[in-house]
Design a protein around this ligand. Structure first.
Ligand SMILES: O=C(O)c1ccc(O)c(O)c1
Ligand SMILES: [Mg+2]
Length: 639
């Protein structure tokens, strides 16, 4: 699959964008007109720079508001087009995207449109240019790819073809199956973008909220499957208008973009292998699906295959002064299992929940989540996959006879380790802390239930794709939770059996009182690790007896809880007494409590009753508000 990206996806100057695209490994780029017009580089410079960087210049775009116009306007539009064709010849480019008219169209007549497009194609032919006609989802008269292609077919000119853009097609819910019926020679270009499902006008959605494949909710593998079956072999090029990507680090965004195409290529191959072509498609006849896929002219690379992770292997917290972490874990009921024989780390366990306290933090570093270990079938295969998806490798020192973990840095800089757990729930590496520390047991008592990681605003989408593609977690639609410092976007990534649940939170940055203006706001991201136990009330009582500082829940919460659930007064009293939170739905019940925050980390204990599958979402605003209050109290007493 030839990969491409439109310069409009990235921040920086045209030169910076081109360099970042080459570093990330793209085959070619689309030049977005504004990037050229505003550049100090001459078209000849751009042509040379692209050649030097090994990038092909695949598409010049957009050319707007051409068709469905009066005769006067048509003449002006042809003149405008000719100027662009001349420019393209200086750039050494041969394909231009012409999008359907949104602004100046006044005549809704397909015959007239076809005549006008034919005139454009004739002119393009004189300049050796190919016109790729794209239906914008908000085009005045033409906003559907099949309509645009009917016009292309009607004109039947070698210099006029179709541009398929997944956003315009999937945002309108158009059926993608008819793409297969388009003559491949007539598909001049394919653009891909994903997007979250939002209910807003399609223009604003398209201009601000597109994301890279795998970061939204469109069925892009299916879209691509139909494109491949049509016989298309040209570039598959990202065109993502996104406010965040356009202001974040250009090289990093380009790598995120490339990862999305590598992943989409694999997903498209998988889709083709598991979906039978409609009867009559030549390549579908006989043989296996995979063999059928290989008969299509576009070659699709695949990746090392991994199953979903089977569970959390460990969580690691790090601090310069680990005393308070040790205290809190002890109060929660964790057992200290000793120190590692060669490294400055401690092991704490409760059932099969393993927490490593890492003492190798820089001076004055406050407690924070540093790493997560996941159980996978084959750490080597999973690691190969992650590396092919451009995940940055984390070196981890180890001695002879010690388990070597394959590790990667996630976009939020949490280190992700790929481990091999035992079927009895134990982990072999605990031997490095002492013999016989873990009791084998199939029971899922005291395990890591979920981990909640705060995401910097500019890396949220990248994180979703990272965990989806490298770790095979399934993203769920995101929710927004009210907090005193703003809405917190919260997205669950999980395995189908829920043995791994990761919650990504886009946390607003709180400007603390008294912070020096002009200095960067102190990060107040809070992250947490939640452990599931069998009897939360007993766990809470024991923790209270050991002196644990619970997150204090306001009385108003319990009054509201009673109003909503009509709870037994004794049970309500217990919840109130122990600062427990409660939720219930058709599937079951959820009891949980939180510890006070230490550094940027806090802990949660949960009990899931029945098949309760959530996280106590109605309680999240209460937690945020109490933590916010507490943070303010702390900053006030500091000044
Ligand atoms: O938003 C637009 O105007 C626009 C322009 C060119 C495209 O290829 C496109 O998909 C959208
Ligand atoms: Mg487009």
């Amino acid at each position: 699959m030839r990969t491409g990206i439109a310069t409009v996806c990235l921040s920086g100057t045209l030169k910076e964008k081109m360099q970042a695209c080459a570093i990330a490994g793209f085959d070619g780029i689309e030049i977005f007109e504004q990037d050229l017009v505003t550049s100090s580089l001459s078209p000849e410079d751009v042509r040379k720079m692209a050649a030097d960087l090994g990038l092909t210049l695949d598409l010049y775009q957009p050319f707007r508001d051409f068709d469905s116009v009066t005769e006067d306007l048509l003449a002006a539009n042809l003149r405008r087009a000719e100027a662009k064709f001349r420019l393209m010849s200086r750039l050494g480019m041969d394909t231009i995207l012409v999008c359907t008219n949104v602004a100046t169209a006044t005549i809704d007549d397909d015959d007239l449109r076809a005549q006008q497009l034919a005139a454009l194609a004739d002119l393009a032919g004189e300049h050796g240019v190919k016109v790729a006609y794209e239906a914008l989802a908000w085009g005045k008269y033409v906003n559907d790819y099949e309509h645009a292609h009917r016009l292309v077919a009607k004109v039947d000119h070698p210099n006029l073809g179709t541009c398929l853009d997944s956003f315009h097609i999937l945002s309108r819910d158009w059926d993608t199956a008819p793409i297969e019926d388009i003559n491949a020679d007539k598909i001049f270009f394919v653009q891909v973008a994903d997007a979250p499902k939002l209910s807003m006008d399609v223009l604003s959605w398209s201009r601000h909220y597109r994301v890279f494949p795998g970061e939204g909710q469109f069925e892009l593998a299916k879209f691509m499957g139909h494109v491949v079956r049509a016989g298309y072999t040209g570039p598959v090029s990202l065109e993502v208008f996104n406010d965040v990507f356009r202001q974040s680090d250009v090289e990093r965004t380009a790598v995120d973009a490339m990862r999305s195409l590598i992943w989409l290529e694999e997903q498209s191959a998988k889709w083709l292998d598991t979906n039978a072509p409609a009867a009559g498609n030549a390549a579908g006849a006989g043989g296996t699906q995979a063999a059928a896929r290989r008969r299509y002219p576009m070659e699709l690379a695949t990746l090392p295959q991994v199953a979903e992770p089977a569970g959390f292997n460990f969580a690691e917290v790090k601090a310069a002064d680990t005393g308070v972490l040790e205290k809190v874990l002890g109060q929660l009921g964790f057992e200290f299992n000793g120190r590692h024989r060669t490294k400055d780390v401690q092991l704490w366990t409760m059932g099969h929940a393993r927490v490593i306290i890492n003492e190798q933090a820089p001076e004055a570093a406050e407690p924070a989540i540093a790493a997560l270990g996941f159980d996978v079938d084959s750490p080597v295969i999973a690691s190969a996959r992650a590396q092919q998806l451009k995940a940055p490798v984390v070196p981890r020192k180890s001695q002879a006879n010690e388990e070597v973990f394959q590790g990667f840095s996630a976009p939020d800089s949490t280190e992700i380790f790929l481990c091999q757990g035992n079927p009895d729930g134990t982990a072999a590496w605990t031997r490095e802390f002492g013999e016989g520390l873990e009791v084998p047991s199939g029971a899922r008592t005291a395990v890591i239930d979920h981990v909640n990681l705060a995401q910097p605003w500019q890396h949220f989408d990248e994180a979703v794709l990272f965990y989806t593609s490298a770790l095979a977690l399934e993203p769920q639609p995101y929710a927004e939770v009210a907090s005193p410092s703003g809405l917190v976007r919260s997205q669950v990534m999980q395995t189908s059996d829920r043995d791994v649940r990761l919650v990504l939170n886009l946390a607003p940055v709180i400007q603390q009182d008294g912070a020096d203006p002009g200095t960067a706001p102190r990060k107040t991201y809070q992250e947490h690790i939640a452990f599931a136990v069998d009897d939360l009330v007993a766990t809470a009582r024991a923790a209270r007896d050991r002196g644990l500082a619970f997150l204090q829940i306001p009385e108003n919460y319990y009054e509201d809880l009673d109003a909503r659930f009509d709870l037994d007064p004794g049970f309500l009293g217990t919840l109130r007494d122990l600062n427990l939170l409660y939720d219930r739905d058709a599937d079951g019940e959820f009891l949980h409590f939180y510890t006070a925050t230490v550094g940027s980390v806090f802990f949660e204990m949960v009990e899931r009753r029945g098949n309760y599958d959530g996280y106590g979402a109605p309680n999240a605003p209460v937690r945020h508000a109490v933590q916010y209050d507490h943070l303010h109290d702390l900053t006030k007493t500091n000044h």
